[in-house]
Design a protein around this ligand. Sequence first.
Ligand code: ADP
Ligand code: MG
Length: 330
Amino acid sequence: MRGMKQLLSTVLALFVLAQPARAEWIERVEDGIMGTRIVVELWASDKAQGNAAIEAVLAEMRRVDEGMSTYKPTSELSIVNARAAQEPIEISAELFDLLSTALDYSRLTDGAFDITYASVGYMYDFRKHVHPDEKQIAAALPGINYRHVELDRKNSTVHFARPGVRVDLGGIGKGHAVDRGIAVLQARGIDRALVTAGGDSRIIGDRFGQPWVVGIRHPDRKDEVIARIPLEDAALSTSGDYERYFDENGVRYHHIIDPKTGHSASKVRSATIIGPTATRTDGLSKTAFVLGPEKAIEIYNRLDDIDAVLVTPEGKVLYTKGLAPPDTAK
Ligand code: ADP
Ligand code: MG
């Protein structure tokens, strides 16, 4: 990450020098929204307009978080979790569409991506080093199955097919928020920008003839970059077992859960997905942890608009067919 930053700021410094005085790159780093770090970087022809655009992106992300956080008991999603097993709950078009998109990714990934992971997942607290025991997992596991989430488009409602079902959008919400942030910028006429929320980024435009360069970090050594990816008009999501975790008796408990077992999914150390939107790359980055590199690469290779870089538990770096290692493994 630091390597990427240094590279970006060198590139940035060069371009700032080359441009007329008023127009400039503006960057903002904001911690806290959606429990993560937000970065917005854009080229603005006017500094005040650029700063106003950044404020608008942050406001949009706070709005998304208000509706979709499971940490806020008053969020629309928390109300769904509290009541949707009893009766169909009418929800906003935005939440309906994102739940519907989440179910699409479940079907696309053989159920590896499944927002009902939370039926067991809510019992983990990675900050406090808390995990459920086998009995608790066995009791809650029947609640995990994306087919339990019944959407009725005509009435814009969601209903859970059985008690004990919970959903959590932590695996796709940041991608959605990033895409919303980009839409806010585009509506203001900004055509060169980067928006990042945690592991999810999207880029519009280039850096005046140069691509943006995004680094993928080493799973254990956070200052070491294992690959640099040049990007223009693309999104990139990285999931890693080093993001939110604790180790206990030689077992790593981390925040990506295998929907079949209710345990942390450890078939890769990290997965980076490149694609057209951050919702899409976010929705696909958990899959490799659950299904393993071979099966996941098979799925990614089937999708024309997707590329991926995976780091296996042995430290091997694997690429999908669209990324030739000689160009990217430097
Ligand atoms: P980030 O939070 O930085 O975007 P990820 O994109 O890797 O990180 O998402 C991890 C989150 O995905 C977890 O914190 C959890 O909320 C959610 N999650 C965990 N397991 C699954 C799963 N099998 N399917 C869908 N979402 C999951
Ligand atoms: Mg994500």
